[in-house]
Design a protein around this ligand. Structure first.
Ligand code: SF4
Length: 693
């Protein structure tokens, strides 16, 4: 092996929130292959993305020099990433940074907003939110958590007092029953799914709830393929049975929770015999699931974006929290609430304060004491006590003329936002857009200044996975050309905004973060270098972190968790004669989010090279289209043409469309209606028409 590589570097996978540790094998400053390493979340396992999706970092499309838009070059999706010089000219770092800072500084204050990144390190996320708050005096800073689990976090903060998971997913080893709802972990959290399958194989009761069939179905004791958008009806019916048959944990409810009497009264209105028609699941199945979950010794609930991305996403999570609480399935080994995080560092970026309403560690921007504590840590004057705007609100504010400049780090709203033509029009309207990324993304097409960044395998920093495990990332290869680490670029920008920042490296940023973040108590850079991963919270410098939390009370006033009843709220857009089907969107195994990385990873792109949608064979027959033929999907926002696959996992009135392909961009079609609490768009439900082409 030593002839095949010069060195190996231990780091973390750049894709999903599972946070698998891996070993990068390097020869002649190139990553030549990747093995799994023995991390706490993966125990040497990797999925196809972690193992084979690494060569995007050496792709010829990598940005290697700063770029400035040529005078008069039209903004739009018109740049060939292989030949950007027709639209942009190369610049020195000095010139590009001056131009980036001058444009933002000239607009100033409330007219500038920032999107940070859940793919950068904790230190980079922290610096980004600090730059917007300290540099522009307000909180208009957000990131893709808004499109992901914002509604789950809203419900968890409200009812449990903390937005993070209450137990690691590996705790399923100690569970007797587990619910996986609105998640397709075999494709989206594949290594976590291996633990779920092992759980089922050793006799655990696995309950899968999803409007789409999926690979986990064959391991499930119960598969509830419910009607899209009917989560609250189904979950309330299950809880109705638990109350009616007095299966709830009286001692736990009395000692650890509040508002149960109101919840009981509310649930009386949701008998399974009435809810069966709403959710498409027979009453007897709902009763069986209720009994299995409530009477188990230890149970866990896992959920994904099928729960969160609805106008009633927060209500969906409220139901899941209530279900776990009434059964006493929180705070013990093998119990817990676990929203499966999407991006590799969406947990860490949120913890670091990349959110318009929270400073680091979810401390409210409206709290005077919190704001002055951070102003003191930063050695600067204050900033606004008003909650900032969220991702979709910021783009609306661009349209209304209230925001004219943006700094976007590693996000791709020109692909990822709902009703994406609206987002693209907003980006085109900006007076000054600075984009910092590793590729010339669809969003960078609209930039005035493009700053070339180092990829994850080229830099050091910490990331936090879905399990609350803070992990050390290490550089394996140098960045190409003049590309630089994101933390360095943000610091240079801050210097030009007159903020006087001076950091020698990410370890100094981490040390500053610890001053304002109790979650990092007993976690030091040195400890992470030595141990590779530490779970927070952790009670001492030499003891492991806590895999399960809240066994002795919740971080709420009085220490009790709360039941919040949820009513049935219909989807924003219900099917009708013109748009009779339901469109739902998501990811697929080989591609990651907007495809910027995986479509440039040779193995992954070879396996799944073409934009595709999934339709039931009966729907294809009705349309007269062969599997592999082309269909047109039409919603009230727009239309795309895409290859159709026959897939019995979707019902005949449904179509599934992955969102990684720009040539059939799913978000041209999606509905921007928001959940009122988490402000998350309804990516999982749009009324749609399917036509033969
Ligand atoms: Fe990477 Fe997630 Fe796959 Fe692990 S499961 S290798 S973190 S994509």
């Amino acid at each position: 092996d030593s002839a095949r590589y010069d060195r190996e570097v231990k780091s973390v996978c750049p894709y999903c929130g599972v946070g698998c540790q891996l070993s990068l094998k390097v020869k002649d400053d190139k990553v030549v292959w990747v093995d799994g390493a023995d991390g706490p979340a993966n125990e040497n396992r990797l999925c196809v993305k972690g193992r084979f999706g690494f060569d995007y970092i050496a792709h010829p499309h990598r940005l290697t020099r700063p770029l400035i838009r040529r005078e008069g070059a039209a903004k739009g999706l018109n740049v060939d990433p292989a030949n950007p010089l027709a639209t942009f000219r190369e610049a020195t770092w000095e010139e590009a940074m001056d131009a980036a800072a001058y444009g933002l500084k000239t607009l100033g204050g409330q007219r500038v907003a920032g999107f940070g990144s859940a793919k950068c390190s904790n230190e980079e996320a922290y610096l980004f939110q600090k730059l917007i708050r300290q540099g522009f005096g307000h909180n208009n800073v957000d990131h893709c958590t808004r499109l992901c689990h914002a509604s789950s976090v809203a419900a968890l903060m409200e009812n449990v007092g903390s937005g993070a998971v209450t137990a690691t997913f590996n705790e399923i080893e100690n569970a007797d029953v587990a619910i996986v709802i609105g998640a397709n972990p075999v494709e989206n959290h594949p290594v976590a799914a291996t633990y779920f399958k092992q759980f089922a194989k050793r006799g655990g009761t696995l309950i899968v709830m999803d409007p789409r069939g999926q690979a986990l179905k064959r391991h499930a004791t119960h598969m509830l393929q419910f009607k899209p958008g009917a989560d609250v009806a189904m979950l309330n019916a299950i809880m109705h049975v638990i109350v009616e048959e007095e299966l709830y944990d009286r001692q736990y409810v009395a000692g650890m929770t509040e508002n149960f009497e109101a919840m009981k009264a509310h649930l009386a209105g949701f008998p399974p015999e009435e809810m069966a028609a709403h959710c498409g699941i027979e009453a007897e199945t709902l009763r069986a699931v209720a009994r299995d979950f409530a009477t188990a010794r230890a149970g866990m609930i896992f959920w994904g974006m099928g729960v969160s991305q609805h106008v009633h996403g927060t209500d969906n999570s409220r139901c899941l929290i209530s279900l776990a609480l009434m059964c006493g399935h929180v705070g013990r080994p093998g119990t817990g609430l676990h929203p499966l995080r999407g991006q590799n560092n969406v947990q860490g970026a949120s913890d670091a304060g990349l959110i318009p309403m929270f400073l680091p560690d979810y401390q409210s921007v409206t709290d005077d004491g919190v704001r002055s504590a951070f102003s003191e840590i930063w050695g600067s004057g204050g900033f606004s006590d008003q909650k900032g705007l969220t991702v979709t609100e910021i783009l609306d504010a661009v349209h209304s003329g209230n925001i004219n400049g943006m700094y976007i780090l590693g996000e791709n709203p020109a692909m990822s936002d709902p009703d994406v033509e609206h987002a693209r029009a907003a980006l085109a309207k900006l007076d000054h857009l600075v984009v910092q990324d590793i590729f010339l993304t669809e969003t960078a097409n609209y930039a005035d200044v493009i700053l070339p960044a180092a990829a994850w395998a080229e830099k050091s920093g910490t990331v936090t996975n879905t399990n609350r495990q803070v992990q050390m990332g290490r550089p394996a290869v140098p960045p190409p050309g003049e590309a630089r680490e994101d933390w360095w670029i943000t610091v240079e920008l801050a210097k030009r905004l007159g903020l006087g920042w001076d950091y020698a490296g990410p370890y100094e940023v981490f040390a500053e973060m610890k001053k304002g973040m109790k979650s990092l108590d007993n976690i030091t850079w040195e400890r992470l270098e030595a141990e590779d991963a530490v779970t927070y919270p952790v009670k001492g410098p030499d003891v492991p972190g806590e895999a399960v939390v809240f066994g002795d009370g919740f971080p709420r006033d009085g220490g009790r968790a709360r039941f919040t009843p949820a009513e049935i709220v219909p989807p924003d857009e219900v099917p009708d004669a013109e748009y009779p089907m339901v469109l739902t969107t998501g990811r697929q195994l080989e591609h990651w989010h907007t495809g910027a990385m995986t479509r440039r990873a040779s193995v992954l792109d070879a396996v799944e090279p073409e934009a595709n949608c999934s339709l039931h064979p009966a729907t294809l027959r009705r349309l007269g289209v062969e599997a592999g033929g082309t269909v047109r999907l039409v919603t009230r926002r727009g239309a795309v043409e895409v290859m159709a696959r026959a897939d019995r996992a979707v019902s005949p009135d449904m179509v599934f469309l992955p969102f990684a392909f720009v040539e059939a961009a799913a978000n041209v079609l999606t509905n921007p209606a928001l959940d009122p609490y988490g402000k998350i768009p309804e990516f999982k439900f749009a009324a749609c028409r399917v036509e033969a082409v």
